[in-house]
Ligand binder design. Sequence first.
Ligand SMILES: Cc1cc2nc3c(=O)[nH]c(=O)nc-3n(C[C@H](O)[C@H](O)[C@H](O)COP(=O)(O)OP(=O)(O)OC[C@H]3O[C@@H](n4cnc5c(N)ncnc54)[C@H](O)[C@@H]3O)c2cc1C
Length: 253
Amino acid sequence: MFGSSASMGDPIASPPKQILRFRDSIAETHEARTFRFDPPREGFAWRPGQNLVMTIPGLEDPRGATRPFTISSSPTEGGMVAVSTLVRESPFKQRLAQLAPGDTVENEAIEGEFVLEAGRPAVMIAGGIGVTPFRSMLRFAVDTRLEKPLVLLYSSKTPQDIVFRAELEEFTRRNHAIRVVHTITRPEEAREPWTGRKGRIDAEMIREGMRGVRHPLVYVAGPPGFVKEARRLIDDELHIGKEDLRIDEFDGY
Ligand SMILES: Cc1cc2nc3c(=O)[nH]c(=O)nc-3n(C[C@H](O)[C@H](O)[C@H](O)COP(=O)(O)OP(=O)(O)OC[C@H]3O[C@@H](n4cnc5c(N)ncnc54)[C@H](O)[C@@H]3O)c2cc1C
């Protein structure tokens, strides 16, 4: 048949999808996993802190087959793109956990203004899995030998929930401009002696983190409850202006 509706063209051209080929996955904690993919050889670029938008083709999930995920790898890590997530019960996460090497997923977009700004010191405030953009930024800072101060204040439930724990320690050894301060909110559930900070991130912890850091950009990332509380501290107690603040809220937690 001539002139089929398909040949008339779609009214709105959809952006081309990019294929990500699953390579492998790494357990980060009892619940968190990093999934590594080979991106297309061309046309795939991101800035540390940005997110991709992943679709698992053919997946049936009441919440849809698409999720935004921050890219937890750094562009300096050569031909690999990674996302890190808590593997929970949703069909999406279960399918992700079952990917075999060579399986493919689709990327709809690379987005976000939550990016490392070259030339500015930063104070990064992370709750739980909200640490993913900071892993990308800090790894980038190590690989490119950035010398501006970068302070990560990272709240986890317990020591066993700290994602990228060994790597974060390694980053501070390899780049002395990087400082990482952990706090745990459920010390009673710790499976190891914990001599570090306990309790939620409060204004005092942020003030201490900012001490000696001149005119930092303040980043906050985490689940909505964490971001809400951090915003309250920032607005009511620390009075950090919008121009010095970047927020990444992980909807869906
Ligand atoms: C910019 C951005 C970056 C992000 N980066 C990351 C990241 O790096 N890592 C990461 O892990 N996540 C990230 N997220 C969140 C991610 O996109 C998912 O939303 C999250 O991982 C939860 O996915 P899920 O499949 O486990 O849960 P979903 O199936 O999406 O469910 C989300 C929540 O809704 C509840 N729910 C499920 N079904 C229903 C229903 N029918 N009615 C009501 N409630 C329901 C679930 O219990 C759960 O609490 C990011 C989100 C944004 C917006």
